[in-house]
Design a protein around this ligand. Structure first.
Ligand code: ADP
Ligand code: MG
Length: 707
């Protein structure tokens, strides 16, 4: 669908235009203020003229088919007017009024009626329940706020928001960037976030895209758009709301319960190189960082201050959120101290007060970190308000001059940072901008924004090539038993072993005699478990007996488990026993795969056991994995600490654990068409050199497609 008539119309018709205050009048006045030169057609049977423009009684009376029709009327009147717009050949529509799908069934019906007409006519539609569209570079607006001043309005940030209030918020601060397009998309009855994204990726005026999203409507197209944006070098900054988890899904595995909608969405953004933010402060700082002439090529930041106190605060906050502030190397420190005098701490943040001669010390500090190969971005932290009561009047521009001087001839970006977000001296911000530098604010938000852009600029590792294996696919196993949804521990382990996953030695048996034989083959101690497709979780039914040391232990356990299975209602059809080697040592971790209905398969990893459901401390990645993902997943959870050597216990075999995650990912991808979930809980990570072993496994097949 063509978006041009909607986002940069050459003619605008306004249904319901009057001289009185309201959206109609706002649009007419704003079109004048922004410098629109095309025809404006007020439509209203009650007037001959509106704001000195010729007014037409109905849309059918217009002298030409307009590019866009805006509807400054209440919702019951809209379907009839949309019909007329279609009839007159209008190419796009903006519908402001609310009371549609957001209000329940009646509204949804009304919205569907309008959407149907417009879609059939190939009309792009903004709304309903929206603020419209502002396009400063094209000098046109259908945005429902009055344009009062166009200075600095046009810029390179494209905004697409499902909330009008977020548009208002974003447009209320244009000190550091201007707008290439701002869309308040509303209910997205026809034209959706992904359509605007596609438009902005190709729009030469746009170099960074900011989105506020409640619902992603076409996941596959959305992901494809993110990939296209990344390829075009335009960051997509995403603020997604609604991070409470979906509760309606039927889930068999524990992993399925963990990988909720919001974690998966975050991982989808990571996998497709979008920049996720959690509030408008973070969003604004990222957009500001993107205005710099140079962007950070990596995440390592050097923060220079003249304050020991701020340095400490910044270090605390940076450490807490995992920012990369590398300390000065010994040679750098020596060179710095030669001029500055004693430097406290490890030199990042770099308190350059030293002997107090900051006019010399600050530039010297910058030159030292400028030359450091490890540093990607340089930040000078200094607070200056707008109409400050205190301070030295010349300082504001001196700081700009100092930074500009330092940045000259550098390949690195330089920033001036105030310690709180949003506080800045306008004159200073403007001067910085003219020098290709950026003012950021808030130590967490500002430094976090550099970190996010630095991460974006770091080329992603290549996707992992799955090892080639010609094992029995899950599909064949399922086909042998029609209707089978869960695959029990024994069968699941056989499948996984075929993909190179290390599993416990074990035998499936039916009688105490064969069980005893199996135990002798394995050697005591052993574990006895019930095994059945109908029993997904054994412990809660008392169907796992560990640490059996001899024949007597085994036969006691066998009798007990037999009795418990006998009492199950309904009785499992395929119950048998598993005699298994007892793995005494090692750290229990879990790995699992689950399917998101929108975005497909993801892999999770964390500490084993049930605590995970409380702590939610687990790593997640979408499949396919990239090189190094498995290692990173192990490192990023608290499991990492448990896997290290603690109190004399040797460190676990992390390398084999990573291989295990990769093999699991291979298995999942190979069987993606029939796979819903996998739980490996626990995997026992043994001491270094001894590998790891999958102790329990559960595979859940996808429900057959309906219809
Ligand atoms: P469930 O179906 O309840 O998850 P598991 O097979 O995971 O049953 O067994 C429950 C717990 O018993 C495991 O989390 C683990 O701590 C312990 N366990 C099970 N099998 C073994 C084994 N072969 N060696 C050592 N411990 C085991
Ligand atoms: Mg288990």
């Amino acid at each position: 669908m063509q978006l041009d008539p909607l986002v940069k119309p050459r003619s605008v018709a306004i249904v319901g235009a009057t001289d009185r205050p309201g959206p109609g009048r706002t649009i007419i006045e704003s079109l004048g203020a922004i410098g629109f030169t095309g025809p404006i057609y007020p439509v209203n049977p009650k007037y001959q003229t509106v704001l000195n423009l010729v007014c037409y009684p109905t849309l059918t009376d217009l002298p030409e088919a307009p590019d866009v029709v805006v509807f400054s009327i209440r919702n019951p009147l809209i379907p009839e007017q949309v019909r007329l717009a279609v009839k007159r050949g209008a190419r796009a529509a903006v519908i402001y009024d609310s009371g549609f799908a957001e209000l329940g069934e009646d509204g949804a019906r009304l919205q569907a009626e309008i959407a149907g007409m417009c879609r059939e006519a190939g009309m792009a539609v903004c709304g309903p329940n929206c603020m419209g569209i502002l396009n400063p570079p094209a000098r046109v607006t259908t945005y429902k706020q009055t344009v009062m001043n166009t200075t600095g309005l046009a810029g390179n940030v494209g905004i697409v928001s499902q909330s009008g209030s977020v548009c208002i918020a974003m447009l209320s601060d244009l000190r550091r960037f201007g707008i290439s397009l701002s869309v308040s998309a509303g209910n997205e009855a026809v034209t959706r976030t992904v359509d605007y994204l596609d438009y902005l990726i190709d729009d030469p005026a746009t170099s960074v895209i900011a989105t506020f999203t409640e619902t992603v409507r076409e996941p596959e197209r959305y992901v494809a758009a993110l990939d296209r944006a990344a390829a075009a070098g335009k960051p997509v900054v995403v603020l997604k709301v609604g991070r409470t988890e979906r509760t309606q899904r039927a889930i068999t595995s524990h992993t399925g319960g963990l990988a909720g909608e919001s974690r998966v969405f975050s991982e989808v953004l990571r996998a497709h190189r979008a920049i996720e933010v959690t509030d408008l402060d973070e969003m604004t700082e990222v957009l500001a960082v993107c205005q710099g002439r140079r962007w950070p090529r990596g995440r390592a930041i050097s923060v220079i201050t003249g304050s020991g106190g701020l340095a400490e605060m910044i270090l605390d906050n940076a450490t807490a959120v995992g920012l990369d502030l590398p300390p000065l190397a010994p040679a750098e420190r020596t060179e710095a101290e030669r001029v500055i005098g004693r430097i406290t701490g490890d030199g990042n943040p770099f308190d350059a007060w030293g002997n107090g001669n900051y006019a010399v010390n600050l530039p010297h500090a910058m030159s030292v970190v400028e030359q450091s190969e490890r540093i990607d971005a340089i930040v000078y932290c200094a607070d200056t308000g707008n109409e400050g009561h205190l301070g030295h009047p010349g300082r504001v521009l001196e700081n700009v001059k100092m930074l500009a001087e330092a940045a000259k001839g550098s390949g690195k970006p330089y920033y001036l940072m105030s310690s709180r977000p949003g506080l800045m001296n306008t004159q200073q911000a403007k001067a910085l901008r003219e020098a290709g530098l950026v003012q950021i604010g808030g130590t967490r938000q500002g430094l976090g924004a550099i970190d996010r852009v630095g991460r974006y600029m770091t080329a992603p590792k290549p996707l992992r090539q799955p090892a080639h294996r010609s094992q029995l696919p899950l599909g064949d196993l399922l086909a042998a038993k029609p209707g089978r949804r869960t695959v029990n521990e024994y069968d699941a382990k056989r499948l996984l072993a075929g993909f190179g996953l290390p599993v416990t030695r074990e035998h499936r048996v039916a009688t105490i005699d064969t069980a005893t034989q199996a135990a002798h083959t394995l050697g005591y101690p052993v574990v006895l478990k019930a095994v059945s497709d109908d029993i997904a979780h054994k412990t809660e039914l008392g169907l796992v007996a560990v640490g059996l040391k001899n024949d007597a232990d085994l036969s006691r356990a066998f009798a007990q488990l037999s009795e418990r299975i006998g009492r199950l209602d309904p009785r499992p059809s395929d119950a048998a026993f598993l005699v298994q080697e007892f793995v005494a040592d090692g750290v229990e971790v879990f790995a699992g795969v689950s399917r998101d209905p929108d975005f497909g398969l993801s892999l999770a990893f964390g500490m084993g056991g049930t605590a995970i459901e409380v702590t939610r401390d687990f790593a997640l990645r979408m499949l396919p994995l990239r090189e190094g993902d498995a290692e990173a997943m192990i490192a990023e959870t608290r499991a990492a600490a448990m896997l290290g050597s603690i109190r004399g216990r040797p460190a676990a075999d992390v390398e084999s654990l990573a291989a295990c995650l990769n093999a699991l990912a291979d298995f999942a991808q190979r069987n993606a068409d029939v796979l819903e979930e996998i739980d490996l809980n626990p995997i026992k990570a043994l001491p270094e050199g001894r590998g790891c072993v999958v102790v329990d496994a559960l595979i859940v097949a996808r429900a057959p497609a309906r219809g």
